[in-house]
Design a protein around this ligand. Structure first.
Ligand code: BDP
Length: 601
């Protein structure tokens, strides 16, 4: 899927800004609210989550549809063009109408969707776009959730993940035009040899014509070719490297029989290679060590809404602290962040929104006790209950389709913390891993393991290339006991290696820490404890040559649902939610600035 950009033949118009907004009452679809202008609306910024914008808890806690509407004009210049509406993401499920006519329906809260609307547009008067977004998750969606009717009046959206279910139009809404005959997609992969880079490409168009391509480096054409598929060699290329995101431009020209350009598109790409070999993760044939974080798209007021200011600030902080990578925990991040990572040379583990496919965690007492008669409810096997494999396959396809050309993406994370020890896990994941490998034979895959999945009981390790673990010894287990933590961690890591002989990295380890809570003896929740905890983990990591990287949980404090284990959100950030460093930030800065990207292990 091509990201919308301006070229000689294309133009983009953003529909961001203030939209008219209204909470649904369960009747909007039946009453066809999209047919007329919405009434009784409030102003709502797009992109942004709607939850924290107004003071009334009914916005914060809303379950179900919300309605957005905006008017726009289209210039005559756009006549005879293919006009497309594109939404970067809306969480979770959306329906889009133009002038009352349905043009798109999309399931999934973190990937873009688009539709051609050339025939619905008025050129001589205003147009109206209506978007209804529903935040209800069920057992078929990714992530899963359940709408529970706890009593006649009280309903609750139960979800199995530890971040607030921010909802709304989270990423830019754009209109763009292409010619009627257009370039649909391009797939670029690269290989690094001793003194050259091989660039393989394959192009899709709406109908056959001639294709010319140019590879441009710093305004100079360094290679060209023609045809829909091919391979081009670049001698002595400047490689895309961690922290040095060197990019080339891949220019595609769709040409008619007279040699005139019908459509043209520029894709930025980097020349680099990736390989997992024995106990190492190789980038450009050199052993790479991951230093960084699991993150969230999360901030005050804007929620999960896309914002350039916050993204560039976060990248600046990552550089300051010496990080070279992050994981898009627990859903695909905006395309704009991925493009920035390409430019800045930040390495990304790209995660799907399959978080919490695990009924064994995020259980509260009212989930396991039947409130009517006090009986304990037996926890079912996750794979007997969920019905989301179809949507999981679909979202992997959408994600790879969207992110396949990003040099920053070095690995796909197919899920976070599934019930991989439950019977059925292997059968559930096998087709998803196979599809991922078929769509992208070049990148390794992983499935991030939770604390309950151990070397002897996980059923999915044979499917993946890198073992990625989230571990909380010293926090949820062996709470406050860092000596015992050391023992448990060392034993477990060695055990994984001995059984599987695959490189291992820590995708989460961390402690909830309140800025300013300090103590001379390092006690849980204090800044000192966060430091001591990290030191213990690092001591073990440094002992093991098969250990290829450390992602602290979390980059910054973030919003979660209200809960007795969360003090106004998850406080495992190394930075606070408004990006102030806790003491441990300096510990990491010191450590990471002394660990090279390559050759540490
Ligand atoms: C892990 C989850 C992550 C949570 C973290 C925690 O992957 O989303 O936020 O634990 O408890 O299980 O802080």
């Amino acid at each position: 899927m091509l990201y919308p950009i301006d070229t000689l033949t294309r133009q983009v118009k953003e529909l961001n800004g203030i939209w008219r907004f209204k909470l649904g009452n369960g009747k909007g679809l039946a009453e066809k609210w999209y047919e007329q202008e919405l009434t009784d609306t409030v102003p709502m910024p797009v992109p942004a989550s709607y939850n924290d914008i107004y003071e009334d808890k009914k916005y914060y806690k809303h379950i179900g549809f919300v309605w957005y509407e905006k008017k726009f004009m289209i210039p005559d210049l756009w006549k005879d063009k293919r006009i497309v509406i594109r939404i970067g993401s809306a969480t979770h499920n959306s329906i889009v109408w133009i002038n009352g006519k349905k043009v798109i329906e999309h399931v999934g809260g973190y990937t873009p969707f688009e539709g051609e609307i050339s025939d619905e547009i008025n050129f001589n008067k205003e147009n109206r776009i209506t978007i209804a977004v529903n935040n209800i998750l069920d057992l078929t969606t990714i992530p899963i959730g359940q709408l529970q009717f706890k009593s006649k009046k009280y309903k609750k959206l139960k979800y199995y993940f530890d971040f607030f279910n921010y909802s709304g139009i989270h990423r830019p809404v754009k209109l763009y035009i292409t010619p009627k005959q257009y370039i649909e997609d391009v797939e670029i992969s690269t290989l690094v040899l001793a003194n050259s880079g091989i660039v393989s490409y394959s192009i899709k168009t709406s109908s056959d014509s001639n294709i010319d391509i140019e590879i441009i480096d710093n305004n100079e054409i360094v290679a060209n070719a023609s045809g829909y598929k091919g391979e081009v060699t670049i001698d002595n290329p400047t490689l895309w490297e961690p922290n040095e995101g060197y990019l080339y431009t891949f220019r595609i020209k769709l040409i008619d029989e007279h040699g005139n350009i019908i459509d043209t598109y520029d894709e930025r790409f980097g020349i680099r290679s990736i390989k997992v070999k024995e106990n190492q993760f190789l980038i450009n044939n050199k052993p790479f060590y991951f230093k960084g974080f699991g993150k969230h798209e999360d901030n005050y007021i804007i929620g999960r809404g896309y914002n350039d200011v916050f993204n560039i600030k976060d990248f600046s902080l990552m550089k300051w602290i010496g990080a070279n990578s992050f994981r898009t925990s627990h859903y695909p991040y905006s395309e704009e962040i991925m493009r920035l990572a390409d430019e800045e040379g930040i390495v990304v583990i790209d995660e799907s929104p399959a978080v919490g496919l695990n009924l064994n965690i995020h259980i509260s007492s009212d989930d396991i006790i039947n409130l009517d008669n006090g009986d304990k409810i037996q926890l079912p096997n996750t794979w007997d209950v969920v019905d989301c494999q179809k949507n999981h396959l679909k979202v992997m396809e959408e994600l790879i389709n969207r992110d396949k050309n990003h040099p920053s993406v070095v690995m796909w994370s197919i899920a976070n913390e599934p019930a991989s020890e439950d019977e059925g896990a292997y059968e559930y994941f096998k087709p998803i891993v196979e599809l991922t490998k078929k769509l992208d034979p070049y990148r390794p895959v992983t499935i991030v393991e939770y604390q309950g999945a151990l070397p002897f009981n996980s059923r999915i390790t044979n499917l993946i290339d890198v073992i990625t673990l989230n571990r909380y010894y010293g926090w949820y287990i062996a709470s406050g006991d860092l000596d015992y933590t050391k023992e448990l961690l060392r034993r477990e890591l060695i055990w994984w290696w001995d059984l599987y002989n695959k490189p291992i990295m820590m995708t989460e380890y961390g402690t909830d820490t309140i800025l300013g809570l300090t103590s001379t003896t390092s006690l849980m929740w204090t800044e000192e404890y966060q430091e001591e905890f990290l030191k213990v983990y690092h001591e073990i990591f440094d002992e093991l040559d098969f250990f290829i990287g450390e992602h602290v949980w979390n980059f910054a404090d973030f919003a979660t649902d209200e809960d007795i284990t969360r003090v106004n959100g998850n406080k495992k950030g190394i930075f606070t939610r408004n990006r102030k460093p806790k003491k441990a930030a300096y510990l990491l800065k010191n450590r990471w600035n002394n660990i090279p990207n390559y050759g540490y292990k």
